[in-house]
Design a protein. Sequence first.
Length: 374
Amino acid sequence: MRIDCPNCGQTNRLPDNATAGGAFICGKCKEKLPTAPSAKFSIGRLPWWLSLLTIPYVLVLLILTVMNLIGPERWWFTSFNLYMPQWVYALPAAPLFLLFLFGAWRWAWAPVAFGLWALGPLMGLQWHPIPPVTPPGSVKIRVMTYNVKWGMRNGSELAAEIRRWNPDIIQMQDSTSVLKSDVGVALSGWNIRTSGQYIIASRLPLSEPERVEIGWPGSSHHATRVQVRVGDIDVALFNVHLLSPRFGLISVRRRDLDAMITNAEHRLHEADKLVGAIARERGPVILTGDLNAPNQSLVCRTFFAANLEDSFSAVGNGYGYTYGRFTKIQHSYVRIDHILFNNRFIALTSDVGTEEASDHAPVIADLALLPQKP
């Protein structure tokens, strides 16, 4: 019979003729072991020093998970955390696993579970191994959204990225001057509309753009709306670039924590006003752009509550990160660019391009426009 020491975790082999009330001593720490009959169901308790290392880690994961569920923009710290690399929360799991193998091997599954917790829900992992079937009678279109950052990286690479994905519709943000580069050549012959920082280019017929005012009081900020003709159906197409979190993140460095909350509130105000405009639509709707907000944010949930679905969350695989390549981290670590659609569409595929040509990677989705209901 084997029994784990409740003090140090050492596995001790006891004589087969052990009886109730018999006293046995751990061969490692000399702690008195429990009686044999109660021992046969024991998997051993964690040593105190392992508990001391594990409990704070679990509490951090739990607090972040709960605050993300409640709404991370409600507090400055979790609002700040939205734009930090979440993989840092998986790092402690590796050394903890080694310590568990040494001190309490029967509990070694625990740090593995904690690491998967961080690598999965906290980091926004998506997994959809079975692609949807295109519904009969639907019309398939490929949509691309791209914050091209004024083309300041590489105009020819921007054009190459567009050709690589060959979309039917592309909506760009921070894009006013890029038509003078190779991008304009790549879009030669397309239907093109511009409005401020936005470019809408389509192989399909487009209406003239309408401004959708979304700025908070005292500001001037707009999204755009056009109608695109898909088959014999008009689709409302919105293009948006919500307020950057950069100002809030800088304020935290200056210890102006309230500014982080204010920054998030302004972004939520923009989302609310845009949802108000979308609520007036009666047909198919696609919204694309740089929302400056990952999926767990209240900003994205505002759109989800308006019955819009995120393409990558619906059918994407992996993390789909679109930003971070040109920061000090030098790797993409957050998904802030999105393609959203209402229930007149289903997503068939969703992918993320490269960040070689812009600070942002483009998002590409194949959408199926369902037949119009009688």
